[in-house]
Design a binder for this molecule. Structure first.
Ligand code: E4P
Length: 217
């Protein structure tokens, strides 16, 4: 299973790259707006830092402009995955861009029917938003499982990218249900790591080691 970092902050990427956990990055217009940075600069810097896919979302909502923006974004680097919304225009642009060899992440997926259409349009990734579904009383993880089953049954190459991850259980459940990728906010990555018994254990072993008066080197 791959982990993408869901962030628009270069510092997050630099901090977590040495862990070996970061296989790619996703951004969206809201994350870019919150960062206060220039979108194209952020994407170029991220592509320089990492070999894996860096998702960059178009701003346009009509097919022709999506295609123009997508081609512009794809020129930044070979590892840009153009992010397109799951609309008729978005899926047409997905089909055109993937035919040209550009990776596409079809975003804002909220149903298995939509995911099926994204796969038919040749999407590299489809992003079901589990947290936003949970927010409105639906079961985001059930959707992940449903899409994974359909894709496996019909041998679609599109990877299921669990997005809108809000807490560590989302990551564990996405892994259990067969998601190919989870895009995870840095805060949740840290939550995955920390356990109070680990901290307590390190503290105890460190103080007991000091009592031995020994040194390894
Ligand atoms: C990633 O591709 C999505 O844009 C992101 O996971 C959305 O998360 P949110 O629902 O917390 O905004």
């Amino acid at each position: 299973m791959k982990f993408f970092l869901d962030t628009a902050h270069i510092e997050d990427v630099k901090e977590l790259l040495p862990t070996g956990w970061v296989d790619g990055i996703t951004t969206n217009p809201s994350l870019i707006a919150a960062s206060g940075r220039k979108f194209l600069d952020v994407i170029a810097e991220m592509c320089d830092l990492i070999e894996g896919p860096v998702s960059a979302e178009v701003a346009a909502t009509d097919y022709a402009m999506m295609l123009t923006e997508g081609r512009h974004l794809a020129k930044i680097s070979g590892n840009v995955a153009v992010k397109l919304p799951l609309t008729m225009d978005g899926l047409k642009a997905c089909y055109a861009l993937t035919q040209e060899g550009t990776m596409v992440n079809v975003t804002l997926c909220f149903s298995a029917a939509q995911a099926l259409l994204a796969a038919k349009a040749g999407a590299t990734f489809v992003s079901p938003f589990v947290g936003r579904l949970d927010d409105v009383g639906h079961d985001g993880m059930a959707l992940i499982q449903e899409i994974c089953q359909i894709y496996a049954m019909h041998s679609f190459d599109t990877e299921v990218l669990a997005a809108s991850i809000r807490h560590p259980q989302h990551v564990i459940q996405a892994a259990q249900r067969g998601a190919d990728v989870a895009t995870i906010p840095p805060k949740v990555i840290h939550q995955l790591l920390h356990h109070p018994l680990t901290d307590k254990g390190v503290e105890l072993f460190t103080s007991d080691w000091k009592k031995t008066g020994q040194s390894i080197l």
